[in-house]
Design a binder for this molecule. Structure first.
Ligand SMILES: C[S@@+](CC[C@H](N)C(=O)[O-])C[C@H]1O[C@@H](n2cnc3c(N)ncnc32)[C@H](O)[C@@H]1O
Length: 244
């Protein structure tokens, strides 16, 4: 029952005022980085279109977009069929610019808790929609990934919930803890020749993720530690790549 009512209530109250985003200049972001981060970002920028970031990226969006761009460049396959891409569990869409800079195709960002509100009244959905605007037909979908029916060439999945503790910490009801069913559904959304990139937090989650993939008989490549000079995160992360 924990979180069920509050989740149901906020999911029913969908109206939102427009997003309130306080963009930051590129010079501000560069000043936050250490030397290795600055060098890596400058290198990434040479092969990616980031010109619109200063108009839409607040602090969180700069940090997470730069990180996601780096992770996709390093760990996602360069050769993929043409077609749409999907990010699962996108919270407020803050790293959409990073996804699009890494792969300039229409992205679908899906988030089940999209009507969660900021203290100033607008929702993650409003924020996510503002973040994807103008990104080549990308969309932010408020809903459960299991309701999605499209097919995607690349699917990214940062920090799927595999245990109750993080799910509860994010204020979500226990009924949403369905790691196996979600993974099966998400795998079915990837086109033949496509790829699913999963990033987990901590060794314990990575071990659970490996078990889950093995249990479904899915052949995956364990990428080991997913590192980035642009990571704003303290806990170690680990990756898995599934080619379909
Ligand atoms: C640990 S958070 C990670 C958020 C984001 N990917 C990141 O890296 O910061 C997991 C996210 O997945 C979302 N989520 C959980 N179950 C989902 C589902 N069935 N469909 C869509 N989103 C889901 C949660 O609401 C939450 O925003």
């Amino acid at each position: 029952m924990r979180h069920s009512w509050s989740f149901a209530l906020r999911s029913a109250l969908t109206w939102s005022p427009p997003a309130w985003i306080r963009p930051r200049a590129k010079a501000w972001f560069l000043a936050q980085l250490d030397e290795a981060g600055r060098r890596r970002f400058e290198h990434l920028e040479q092969g990616a279109d980031t010109h619109h970031w200063p108009e839409r990226c607040d602090e969180q969006a700069w940090r997470e977009s730069a990180y996601v761009l780096d992770v996709l460049r390093r760990y996602a396959p360069a050769e993929l069929p043409d077609g749409h891409a999907l990010d699962v569990g996108s919270k407020n869409g803050c790293y959409a610019p990073g996804l699009y800079a890494a792969r300039a195709v229409p992205w679908t960002l899906v988030e089940v808790d999209a009507h969660r509100r900021y203290w100033w009244g607008s929702t993650r959905r409003a924020h996510g929609e503002a973040m994807v605007r103008g990104l080549g037909g990308s969309t932010f979908v408020a809903g459960d990934v299991r309701a999605l029916t499209g097919r995607f060439t690349l699917v990214t999945w940062f920090l799927p919930f595999l245990t109750a503790v993080p799910l509860e910490a994010w204020g979500l009801p226990a009924a949403l803890l369905q790691p196996r069913a979600l993974l099966e559904h998400v795998l079915g959304l990837v086109v033949p020749g496509g790829a699913l990139l999963i990033v987990n937090q901590g060794e314990q989650e990575a071990a659970l993720q490996a078990q889950l993939l093995d249990g479904l008989g899915v052949h995956s490549t364990a990428l080991g530690a997913v590192t980035s000079a642009l990571s704003p995160f303290k806990k170690p992360r680990f990756g898995f790549l599934v080619r379909t």
